[in-house]
Design a protein around this ligand. Structure first.
Ligand code: ADE
Length: 229
């Protein structure tokens, strides 16, 4: 997978992709991520990328010309499966959307800032609009990092243990069961005995039941769609 990110604050995106799983995915050549500074596509001495909204009102709006130049330059290098705009009024991101997008080859993600982008950018270029939740961030960068992380970890070969993404919370509308590690007893608190038994079938059954119980307690809404009820 290849992801291009367009932003006016590249520094906000550099951190998340230079550590841990995302860095390893890049080193293994499984996922490449490139950050593009919108200002590099601006013209004039000021390198202006935003302007006041027509009709007035607080907040600046990202201009269409630098964005169009950037997207068109990137489109000369590859064909995108989706051109995504991060925005609080987009479709809410969830695990099924992550699963679908993780199978794409080339994604372009535009991060909004200030009051957003000129509507004509959305009309002309954007194929998918994504929100990571009903709250407003100061820009789309952190949201884009969340989406990219959720996608990249799903690509086969990125996680060391191939099965571990399959046992994530939400993959089957169930939350993941509790997990434990050493010591087996901590200040009188014991690990459930079955997990120490080495009996695989019993452990699987315990984990499934613990998942259902946890989902009933914390997210009963998920069980309605799960078929487990
Ligand atoms: N930009 C600002 N807030 C956002 C959100 N909640 N999701 C995606 N992009 C955003």
């Amino acid at each position: 997978m290849h992801i291009d990110l367009i932003t006016v604050v590249p520094g906000l995106l550099e951190g998340p992709f230079s550590h841990s799983i995302l860095k390893r995915a890049e080193e293994k050549g499984i996922a490449t991520v490139r950050i593009h500074n919108l200002r590099d596509y601006a013209t004039g001495k000021q390198k202006q990328v935003d302007d006041y909204a027509f009709g007035g009102g607080a907040g600046m709006v990202l201009m269409i010309e630098p964005i169009a130049r950037c997207i068109e330059a990137l489109q000369k290098e590859r064909v995108y499966d989706e051109i995504i705009y991060m925005t609080p009024d987009g479709e809410t991101f969830d695990q099924p959307m992550a699963n679908t997008l993780s199978q794409k080859k080339n994604l372009l993600i535009l991060c909004g800032h200030y009051k957003g982008v000129d509507q004509r950018v959305r009309d002309a270029f954007i194929t998918k609009e994504i929100s990571i939740g009903d709250y407003v961030l100061s820009g789309g960068e952190l949201a884009a990092a969340v989406v990219a992380d959720a996608l990249i970890r799903l690509i086969p070969g990125v996680l060391n243990d191939e099965t571990s993404a399959l046992t994530d919370s939400f993959q089957d509308n169930l939350l993941a069961p509790p997990v434990y590690t050493r010591p087996a007893v901590y200040e009188g608190r014991e690990v459930p005995e079955v997990l120490l038994s080495g009996h695989e079938a019993k452990i699987s059954q315990w984990r499934f039941e613990a998942s259902v119980r946890r989902t009933q307690e914390k997210r009963p809404d998920l069980l309605k769609d799960s078929g487990w009820e």
